[in-house]
Write a protein that binds this ligand. Structure first.
Ligand code: AMP
Length: 394
């Protein structure tokens, strides 16, 4: 078990917290503040317990240079409104400097400040020891709460832990609890649902999950690469040419491991990759030459509903079809509705599946929606995430 902020005495300590404040901006205005809101439980806990809080984050890709459009100033303002307390913003081009150090030293119990975008420094993404040390010199404890960047070994996510004791915030605690338990210690039956565009992107996830799950359901564009490997016709459907052989190998592996790996029974297809293209439902292997698969069909939904009926743990990553187009969203929507009603622990991998669940207004019906796309995939691949590896064990 990883240590969290609850396991240490933070009173009167200067606590450096790595958050994920990588918010979308339009003309300098924050268009969605969910990432800031998600960080509040950890920040409020620290303030209530009289810590001296120093927040840090990256924003966008300034590529190691101080660029005004990537300043965290708008985040400081929004935070101030959300917390109802002053947030001192330290706009230093070098992130840490003499003045910033002095301000950190002068911070009082229950006070809060935010550093400038850590990616204003080239050393950040290179995990440069000097910058990690610079950051560490500001505080006494390091709290990592940025799951979205936990798969990156950067100065502010991993390197800093060479100089300071590291515990997790509540966001990372929740991710580790849900994703970690699902992968290492799932309540069975454990069913994974994989979708999305390409098999290639998710080979290692599928491979790892095959060793853990009881059933694996495949949907989305990746299904056609599996069909191709079985010698079935797929028309003009999206095909991951380089991975046809591998898809065949994964089907064999599933058989050898005794895992039920299910593929769609029917397909909603269209002649063009467009919402206006008339649709047709055909059984597996009967996609006409001039058409492409856009979604799983209603028979598949029933088949997958049955496979999910007794599940106790479900992990879902990747949409079942082109859910961004209303005519081809049904498969993804039906699976989301099945999970919303399920008594199982339902875990939604970040990225597109999370976006789909939000789109259908079902986010609050899931047990856990991961906040990190790349990070949750790496977690499901069974990799050690640098930003989590550095957190002390209890
Ligand atoms: P990924 O990032 O791999 O999870 O892929 C997500 C994308 O896959 C979404 O933008 C979907 O529109 C797309 N997708 C899902 N099913 C299909 C399909 N049958 N054909 C083409 N793209 C698809």
């Amino acid at each position: 078990m990883k240590k969290t902020v609850r396991d240490i005495d933070v009173k009167g300590k200067r606590v450096l917290v790595r958050c994920d404040f990588n918010v979308p901006l339009k003309n300098g205005e924050i268009t969605d503040d969910i990432r800031i809101v998600s960080a509040l439980p950890t920040i409020n806990y620290l303030l209530e317990n009289n810590a001296r809080v120093i927040l840090m984050s990256h924003l966008g890709r300034p590529e190691g240079e101080p660029k005004k459009e990537f300043s965290l100033m708008p985040v400081a303002k929004r935070l101030e409104k959300l917390i109802g307390k002053p947030v001192t913003f330290l706009s230093s081009d070098t992130v840490v400097c003499k003045e910033v150090k002095a301000k950190a030293e002068a911070l009082k119990d229950g006070e809060l400040m935010l550093l400038e975008n850590v990616r204003f420094r080239k050393e950040e993404t290179k995990n440069g020891a000097d910058f990690a040390n610079d950051l560490a010199s500001l505080g006494e404890i390091f709290v990592n709460d940025a799951f979205g960047t936990a798969h990156r070994a950067h100065a502010s996510t991993a390197g800093i832990a060479d100089y300071l004791p590291c515990v997790s915030g509540f966001l990372i605690e929740k991710e580790v609890e849900f994703l970690g338990n699902a992968v290492e210690n799932p309540v069975r039956p454990f069913v994974a649902i994989m979708g999305g565009a390409k098999v290639g992107d998710k080979i290692t996830v599928i491979r790892n999950l095959l060793r853990k799950v009881d059933t694996l359901l495949i949907g989305g564009g990746m299904a056609y690469t599996f069909f191709k490997s079985m010698g079935l016709g797929i028309g003009k459907s999206i095909l991951d040419k380089d991975n046809v052989e591998l898809a065949g190998e994964l089907l064999e592996e599933a058989k050898a491991l005794g895992v039920k790996m299910l593929l769609p029974l029917d397909t909603v297809c269209a002649a063009e990759f467009s919402n206006d293209s008339p649709k047709m439902i055909v059984p597996r292997g009967e996609i006409p030459e001039n058409m492409m698969g856009m979604d799983i069909g209603p028979e598949t939904v029933k088949y997958y509903e049955e496979a999910l009926r007794d599940a106790k743990t479900v992990v879902w990553n990747g949409p079942m079809g082109v859910f961004e187009m209303s005519n081809f969203e049904d498969g993804t929507k039906c699976i989301a509705e099945i999970l919303a009603k399920s008594a199982a622990t339902t875990i939604i991998g970040g990225g597109d599946s999370a976006a789909a669940v939000e789109q259908f207004g079902l986010a609050d019906k899931m047990s856990h929606i991961s906040t990190g796309g790349g990070a949750s995939l790496e977690f499901l691949e069974g990799k050690s995430l640098p930003g989590i590896a550095v957190i002390q064990e209890k």
